[in-house]
Design a protein around this ligand. Structure first.
Ligand code: GUN
Length: 283
């Protein structure tokens, strides 16, 4: 059996059309959604992500500003800039691109973002709201994965979902969102013995570890839906996921290719969070 290759382009363009229409409506009512992206230093992958975010904003009629700060910016200076945007009425979303230079403490920086503008859903207030199921910001990558599952008509309730990886950005919030959709959820991580026995039980397998080709055909139950959040850039330059795509597509029921699906969906959810934040501010 060969898996359905999930068509990220179609899903992303349909959602962006919806966002574009809602952004135009809100703009006509006097509130154009606005996002500021702050990048500190010269990380090459971050520069690519930041440019894609700005381009996506332009595509859907969201106002955007990119602030590029030098590597030697102090944490105090960065926080002063965040405070300015917390007060700025044109700005509804503030994103500080990660990773920050080593002399900064990311948690302390994120704590300074107004939770109402924290479109990454990294602030402890938003993480807490997510935990108790209060509506508000959705974490972009996990939120995008849920959208993908819904768009391809995967029913989540009652399914065994296995998340590989326990990061604060993807693994943990992913497990929470799947639980919110009534899945039975297991999290595997680097200390899980016999991981294959657990991943093989998954109806839905989400992998977010950052290790190229970690998941092989023998980790996957025939017919499972496999979502690959990995973005690994080896020295030879070819972007690969955490799943051995060629092998796993022969076993899975559906699979996301890397690149092309989860990455653009993450940006789409960022646009959605910015639009929702603007809409809440207009009320
Ligand atoms: N770096 C890589 N992905 C992300 C993301 O989704 N948000 C932020 N702020 N930084 C990132």
């Amino acid at each position: 059996m060969t898996a359905q290759i999930i068509n990220g382009k179609e899903i992303v363009s349909a959602l962006r059309e919806e966002i574009k229409a809602e952004a135009a409506e809100l703009t006509a009512q006097g509130t154009q959604p606005g996002l500021v992206v702050i990048i500190v230093g010269e990380d090459p992958a971050s520069k690519v992500y930041v440019n894609s975010k700005a381009k996506a904003c332009e595509q859907v009629g969201v106002y955007s500003e990119v602030h590029r700060l030098p590597e030697n910016t102090t944490q105090k200076e960065l926080i002063a800039l965040i405070h300015l945007f917390n007060q700025d009425k044109r700005i509804h979303g503030i994103l500080v691109q990660s990773p920050l230079p080593k002399h900064m403490n990311e948690e302390e920086v994120v704590d300074e973002i107004d939770p109402a503008k924290d479109v990454d859903c990294f602030h402890p207030v938003n993480v807490g709201n997510l935990m108790i199921g209060k509506p508000g910001m959705l974490p972009c990558t996990p939120g995008g994965v849920i959208e993908i599952l819904k768009k391809i008509d995967v029913s989540i309730a009652g399914k065994h979902a296995v998340v590989v990886g326990r990061s604060n950005i993807v693994g943990k919030p992913m497990a929470l969102l799947l639980l919110r959709e009534h899945a039975t959820v297991t999290i595997c991580h680097s200390r899980t013995p016999n991981m294959e026995e657990i991943t093989k039980q998954a109806d839905i397998l989400v992998v977010a570890v950052g290790k190229a080709n970690l998941i092989k055909a023998e980790h996957v139950k025939p017919g499972a839906v496999v979502i690959d959040v990995g973005m690994n850039r080896p020295v030879d330059g070819k972007l690969t996921g955490d799943v051995d795509f060629e092998a796993v597509k022969e076993v899975a029921g559906a699979i996301t290719p890397v690149p092309g699906t989860v990455g653009p969906m993450t940006i789409t959810m960022l646009l959605r969070n910015t639009l929702n934040a603007a809409s809440r501010s207009a009320k």
